[in-house]
Ligand binder design. Sequence first.
Ligand code: GLY
Length: 363
Amino acid sequence: MSAPDFVVAGSPVWLGPLAQTLLPWLQEHRAAYSGLFGMIDGNVYTHWGEAVEATMGQAPRYVMPAGGSYVPGGMEALKTLDTCQALWGAMLEAQLDRRGLALIFGGGALGDVGGFCAATYKRGIAFAHIPTTLLAMTDAALGGKVGLDFRGIKNAVGAFCQPVAVFADPTFLQTLPPREWHSGLAEVVKHAYIGAPKLLQYLQQQPNLMNTPQAIPPEEWQRLLRASIAVKARIVNEDPLERGLRALLNFGHTFGHGLESYFLRLEQPITHGEAIAVGMLCELEDPSPADLALLRPLLPPVPLAQVPWPEVWASMQQDKKNLNGQVIATIPGQTPYSLRKTTLTAVEAEHRWRRSLEQIGQA
Ligand code: GLY
């Protein structure tokens, strides 16, 4: 089979149709594993059952309940101990042993919680990601972050554990709901701000892409994904365990996670990328009209002015990046791949929140 498109923290990453990536890889590596176990998003199974079956054959699997109609950000609600119980239980029932391989078909949320379950089952079995959303292809499936939300705090429990391989097939994007496109685009935009000025310029000049990403042909998406993944790969390879530079990938996430956690507690989730788009706007020192034009199509379609700021701030105080009780935002510096840290006092954070609401006409 062809060489991987990227290697991220030791994990090979292939971009392209599964028939040319995952299937030949399995032929080559299947004998190294005692059995396969599928963790499969229910919506993915509904739309892409044949592709999943072509990979899984008769192997045991757990299909996450699809839950009827699409709920934006709804998959995040699966990152719980209940889901872990279901996945661990299904692996035990399938008598999967320590040399088993879990294949995880889904978006970022299933990748996180499924990866966590694989990383802890019988002290850890191998797993491969088959990301099916733009967000998971460009970010979540890369770099080995696994975990779940706990007591209303995003990713409060988790670990670093690298997948044995990642297979990103843009074909899956065809059935992505519009808000999931925008969610993934927010991470692409984040990577552009962090390390790809040409990609940033391109995105700024393509209002059609930002407004209707689903209209862009798959070949173009493959090109954009390549440019976006290159940023993530470079950062994770330099700092896989987030001792320094990798914190740059959390640009937008200090405010973003606070907001996302608030809507999760309300049981009216917004998507991760929508929250991060708001977060990037708040965390940029001095957003320009071009920044605003880029981020505006990615914002959540909810009245942000009604969000009680103290609740967002309370969640921000639980952020993993915080040290010694200080809330820290990590933002891009003047040059690509340079990291700036800003300590946010309560006053400064609230100022930035209100400034952003004004800028988007929601004050
Ligand atoms: N999604 C941020 C990271 O992987 O570090």
